[in-house]
Design a protein around this ligand. Structure first.
Ligand code: HEC
Ligand code: HEC
Length: 395
């Protein structure tokens, strides 16, 4: 009996602390937020992390800063090869490791899992010539000092933070990473969260969509985008593995026109995903796997906020969720009824778990309706709230 009680107490407690990120101090998070939104760290100035990861676009890129699905760099004319994903929830990825059960690399950051964690990742866009384009760490730190962050670095991280270029740069990326992991970025405040916590009801269509999303015999989406409470933790809608869905090339990708040394392949550029990720290669080789077998695979992204983070996939080839659904539904169907263009990488493409789902138009609409419940900032419109408001305003 007492054992049973303990289990109940434990379960109730763990419900309270769902996918809680590690605790960074509020002071570090505050500094990280300032740095994340500060447009003075790019070359030329004017671009911040938020230019490509904006809260109004689910921490992905606003339409105004993209061309054909790809974000624009600080110089206004450079383009990276890939679509910028949302940082929210994706940033809660574990450090990368090899897992035998899916037989692949789990975790890490970037869509090819090439950085171990948010701290290491945050330094990259600052120095990427196609993004914030600083020539080196010293150039970033010069801007940091000129922008008046010295005092705050010291009060947040101690005297040693302002010892040299390396210590300042490292403090900066630590603070940005802390903000990215914070509750402000990962709010778990969608209608679906409220539903899981029994604070909201889904509509009949959303419920049908959820069922189709989960069912192995229908959408089978939850196989890679887990949707259920896991030991009381709210789901992240990614298992942080990777796959090759056979996504077509984005033939309008402006990166194709980027000159050498950025893209010597021109319009023949093929994104080889995990096979070209040094960190993934290292992990795979250590596990006695052949990296080339992982060509064309990309990390499974979260589906939280997916309704506001268009376009979709690593190359931004799909501009709306209906096209994504159609693709999952028929990409591998005999005779190619929807005339899908060839996969960017055909080798190893997954036609076992997707591609011939036999969903009807209205079932696809149901799944989309369900995905729309994953947008943060849901406000339950309970009768009591409005009554309370009315009575307090008459007082
Ligand atoms: C010019 C647009 C641009 C800017 C500016 C930019 N990013 Fe990104 N970001 C991208 C792109 C594109 C990717 C995907 C690249 C890849 O996976 O290879 C990405 C990926 C990421 C990821 C990995 C997400 C995942 O799912 O693994 C994180 C985290 C991130 N960026 C954080 C930042 C931070 C922090 C800054 C500011 C220091 C920043 N970004 C500035 C375009 C940008
Ligand atoms: C076998 C694993 C797997 C299954 C099953 C799966 N997905 Fe995915 N999903 C992925 C991967 C991997 C990507 C990224 C592929 C890429 O970028 O090339 C992705 C990307 C997406 C995206 C684009 C997200 C973005 O931000 O770009 C959406 C939307 C999506 N999936 C929805 C679904 C739905 C709906 C289902 C069920 C019908 C489903 N997925 C089933 C692995 C899977």
């Amino acid at each position: 009996m007492s054992k049973y009680l303990l289990i109940v107490i434990f379960f109730t407690m763990s419900l309270g602390c769902y996918a809680a990120p590690p605790q960074d101090s509020p002071q570090i998070v505050r500094l990280g937020k300032k740095l994340f939104f500060d447009p003075r760290f790019s070359q030329p100035v004017g671009q911040s992390c938020a230019s490509c990861h904006n809260p109004d676009s689910g921490f992905a890129t606003p339409a105004g800063n993209m061309l054909n699905g790809i974000a624009r760099g600080a110089d206004g004319k450079s383009f990276t090869s890939r679509n910028a994903p949302s940082i929210a929830y994706n940033v809660l990825s574990p450090k990368p490791y090899f897992d035998k059960e899916p037989d692949t690399v789990v975790g890490g950051l970037f869509v090819d899992q090439r950085e171990p964690d948010a701290e290491a990742q945050a330094g990259k866009p600052l120095l990427n010539p196609l993004e914030m384009a600083n020539p080196d760490k010293a150039a970033v730190v010069k801007k940091l000092t000129a922008a008046g962050y010295e005092q705050e670095l010291r009060s947040t991280f101690g005297e040693q933070a302002t010892r040299d270029v390396e210590s300042r740069f490292s403090a900066m990326t630590k603070a940005i990473a802390a903000y990215e992991r914070s509750v402000e970025v990962n709010a778990f405040s969608s209608k679906y969260d409220a539903y899981l916590l029994k604070k909201a009801k889904l509509t009949p269509q959303e419920l049908r969509g959820l069922k189709l999303f989960n069912s192995e015999k229908a959408g089978n989406c939850a196989a890679c985008h887990p949707s259920a409470l896991d030991h009381g933790k709210l789901p992240l809608f990614t298992d942080f593995t990777n796959d090759n869905l056979g996504v077509p090339r984005n033939t309008k990708n402006p990166f194709y026109a980027m000159p050498t040394p950025h893209n010597p392949a021109g319009s023949g550029y093929i994104d080889r995903g995990l096979a070209d990720s040094e960190l993934a290669q290292k992990i795979l080789i250590k596990a006695q796997r052949t990296p080339e077998d992982y060509v064309g695979k990309f990390k499974v992204p979260t589906l939280r906020n997916v309704a506001v983070t268009a376009p979709y996939m690593h190359n931004g080839v799909f501009t709306n969720l209906k096209d994504v659904m159609r693709f999952y539904n028929t990409a591998c169907t005999k005779g190619n009824p929807d005339r899908w263009p060839a996969a960017e990488v055909e080798k190893g493409r997954n036609c076992d778990e997707m591609g011939n789902l036999k969903l009807t138009e209205s079932q696809m609409e149901d799944i989309i309706a369900f995905m729309k419940t994953l947008t943060d900032g849901y406000k339950p419109t309970l009768q009591t709230t409005s009554t309370q408001k009315r009575s307090s305003s008459t007082r």
